[in-house]
Design a protein around this ligand. Structure first.
Ligand code: FE2
Length: 478
């Protein structure tokens, strides 16, 4: 019998087995069982939404980085009854010298809602790696809070970021935030990958839910910067309500230092923080060739000095690689535009949200396709970023549980549970990423991976190769 199969038969078996292997060899899909697919928003009278006591007391205090380097902080807060003061008094922990910075306030209307007074104040020329106290409000209703500036940018500066996306304001959102706060490796800043309050899921995009969200996150956001990315729930495009200017509540409430990186829009910008260079992109702004975002990213990527900030991180809302059925291929046009650059410039990791689940990819690229060559499968590529979807903050829309089957090869691990991530940068070559699911203890890692820096690792490989070839040449001439 075996002889009758002949050479062609053996090849046929090899091809069939190879094909089955190629479609089945994905990573792992968690078998973790959960019983809370849907999650309810916390009621308006929940303690986490409590209004601080006192007439016109500042509320919804949140901070973000205020410049490109990390020596400046934007402090934002809201006064409900009257404008009050936009001044911030601040001082370093090791000094009694109090300084003042003067900000401004804005208000906006959205259909039948009028915002209170939204203050933004940038404090500048801070010392690196220093704890600062700051005070907002006047009279008897001042509030004192604090933050810590990052160390100066440098290649081996350790730094820890939290990763949260699609947070909303449900009981699960509260669990996610608590787990982040209680984590033994709690971050020093949060990289937030979009979809903040989910106010637009309410009739008339009830902006009261933007206010409750601001009060909910204050317990973390007043003390460490959240690096903002806009998601689809920030668009608030409602021409039927007379609201046709996209991103109105978001851009009034959450300011970012976009001008410091030469951007013309708060929806895309970059910052340096310790050993990381973070590029924030907008999935819901024009991103095709010749658009302002495209032109900015085109100039931005070559500017990154990996000898100063080795870790190149990109944030966006819609994932470029996701194997969940929900939002399947929504990020495809973005991938077609930008993946080639991410590989060329050796981006270390791309974090996204949008899909309400967790997924981590292998290092793959899919950039060989040119319409006629048929090369349309993702391939292992050591120059490619790792893609991590972390849209599992816990919003009222629930989990994305349906997954495409079989699990594609590029998907290393996927699980539909709420949770948060921690990116712990150790030095120029190594960083550790871990993911915590809400059902586990604070210190439990449901998934983790070591990241080897794409720039420094490839340099090491290149120098090893050069060394080997020099050795060979020397041996040949001896
Ligand atoms: Fe989204």
């Amino acid at each position: 019998m075996e002889v009758m199969w002949g050479r062609d038969g053996v090849w046929l078996i090899v091809v069939v087995v190879g094909f089955l292997y190629s479609i089945c060899e994905g990573g792992s899909t968690s078998s973790f069982l959960r019983n809370d697919y849907l999650s309810l928003d916390m009621p308006l009278d929940s303690d986490v939404f409590r209004v601080p006591p006192g007439y016109n007391a500042p509320q919804q205090v949140h901070i973000t980085q205020g410049d490109h380097l990390g020596k400046s902080v934007i402090i934002s807060w809201i006064t409900p009854d009257e404008p009050g003061s936009s001044t911030v008094v601040y001082w370093a922990q090791d000094t009694r010298l109090k300084r003042q910075a003067h900000g401004f306030f804005v208000t906006y209307r959205f259909f039948n809602y009028t915002s209170a007074y939204i203050h933004h104040c940038t404090i500048e020329n801070l010392k690196f790696d220093t704890k600062y106290y700051y005070e907002v409000g006047i009279g008897n209703t001042t509030r004192q809070l604090w933050f810590k500036t990052p160390p100066p940018p440098g290649p081996d500066v350790p730094y820890t970021f939290g990763l949260i996306g699609d947070l909303g304001q449900t009981y699960d959102s509260n669990t996610t935030l608590t787990h982040y706060e209680e984590s033994p490796t709690k971050g020093d800043a949060i990289l937030f990958v979009g979809d903040l309050s989910y106010a637009d899921d309410y009739p008339f995009h009830d902006n009261v839910r933007w206010d409750t969200w601001g009060r909910f996150i204050e317990r973390v956001a007043a003390y460490q910067p959240w690096i903002w990315t806009a998601g689809n729930h920030e668009i608030d495009f409602a021409p039927q309500l007379g609201e046709a200017r996209p991103f109105k509540p978001y851009t009034n409430r959450y300011h970012v230092p976009y001008k410091a990186s030469g951007s013309t829009s708060p929806l895309w910008y970059s910052i340096k923080r310790a050993s990381a260079y973070i590029i924030v992109m907008s999935s819901y702004s024009a991103f095709g060739k010749y658009t302002p975002q495209y032109k900015w990213v085109e100039k931005e990527l070559p500017k990154v000095n990996r000898s100063e900030t080795p870790w190149l991180i990109v944030l966006m809302h819609g994932p470029m690689y996701s194997s969940y059925e929900n939002h399947y291929m929504e990020g495809e046009s973005f991938r077609v535009m930008y993946e080639k650059w991410f590989v060329e410039y050796k981006v270390d990791v791309v974090f996204a949200g949008h899909v309400h689940a967790y997924e981590r990819s292998e290092r793959v690229s899919n950039i060989a396709y040119n319409i006629v060559n048929g090369l349309c499968r993702p391939l292992n590529d050591e120059s490619a970023p790792m893609y991590i979807t972390i849209g599992d903050g816990g919003n009222l829309e629930g989990l994305a549980t349906a997954m495409t089957e079989p699990q594609p090869r590029y998907s290393a691990y996927r699980e539909a549970s709420f949770g948060h991530g921690i990116l712990d940068i150790k030095n120029r070559s190594h960083a550790y990423f871990s993911w915590n699911r809400n059902q586990d203890g604070y210190a439990v890692e449901a998934d983790s991976v070591w990241l080897h820096n794409k720039y420094w690792t490839s340099l090491e490989h290149a120098s090893l190769a050069t060394q080997r070839s020099n050795n060979l040449q020397q041996t040949a001439t001896q």
